[in-house]
Design a protein around this ligand. Sequence first.
Ligand code: HEM
Length: 405
Amino acid sequence: MTTPTLDVDLTDLDLFTDGDVHGTFARLRRHSPVYWNATPDGGGFWALTRYRDVAAAYNDAARLSSRNGTVMGGSYRRSADSAGGQMLIASDSPEHRLLRQQVHRAFLPDLLERAGTVVRRYVSAALDEVLATGAADFAEVALELPRGLLAAMFGLDRDEATRMLTLTRHMIGFKDPLYTDGDDTMTLVAAQVEIFDLIGALVAERRRRPGDDLVSILVGARLNGRPMTEHEILYNCLNVAVGGDETTPFTAAAAVEAFAHHPEQFDRLLADPAMLDSALAEIFRWTSTNSYVQRTAKTELTIGGQRITPGQSVTLWNVSANFDEEVFARPEVFDVGRHPNRHLAFGSGPHRCIGLGAAWMEIRILLEELVERRMRFEVAGPVRRLRSNFMLGPTRLPVRVQAHR
Ligand code: HEM
């Protein structure tokens, strides 16, 4: 089968900031669901855009590897991610299974409950201030969520959590002029060096005085009877920091934007707070913050009639799968009562987001606090989106706010 030529380039960041993302993916699903996206360097990658192909690929870890990293060009070393085999998200089993057992201990109900208390405190204070002034940049307000979570998970004070947040922001947003000083590679490298220093200092501190945070858990962890190496500890702390910082604030801001455009959906929630769970699921589907993940073919395989050869990059587009009309009725409608809603925003299979419970908790707290204050938003100026095809969401969301009677 030959690949139909569509004039679509999924590395074109303009598409994700100002373009018709959903229209483009609808076209791909219809005309070229397993799409070869050529790149100027003579290479390219496969893009899976249908729900069923994306879901199957997530669950095919035997043939699709995570070792080269899940972000295209995600490391400053182009082809292979230097964390391969040592970092949860960039490893295959058996290493992945062993690492996951240990990192999972930081996501147990005890720690999450403590984290929830901090998140609620930070978010409540920020929302009270927004109500008092009547206006805000909600992209900034949304940062209170990961700030609270990571303060609790890493045992940091507010300033330290803010420092970590700034660095992960530079790492993920390294192609966005908002975060670079003109040189995106240097921005990425500098942020990586600095965050490793910061986490390295925390590791040394927790070795001296262990607590009950993630770093202490990993410092005391054993893999197959041996302690985790310094690199493994650093990489996995980094994985949680990036996973925690660079997702939920975009989801939260995009959720507020969605409610501003569809106030009747917020009214449904006000009228029936029992809709909170279905509203949360719809927010995760609608925002699809982590738009894709990458795999590398280990063997030859065929998907949707296309032959994929070993070593080729295969990308799984959540943002497309979550709007697949074969699975979701009227996917273009934001519906807080949607049921069923088996979205793939957190992936599926062995690498399914380990922070899923934390993310639900954070966005739930935000919604509960918005409902409690009956806060109604209007978009009050130009919205700016992150210049990335990997994370989607506003970096600036000016809003006017009113308490709804
Ligand atoms: C809206 C919020 C979030 C979204 C949309 C999201 C999305 C995802 C997705 C799609 C994956 C699968 C990656 C793959 O298959 O290669 C993943 C994995 C992961 N996420 Fe999240 N995530 C979110 C929140 C979080 C939070 C709050 C944390 C940590 C505090 C976190 C930490 C991680 C980690 C460590 C992994 C790697 C798991 C593994 O490889 O076993 N995520 N996330």
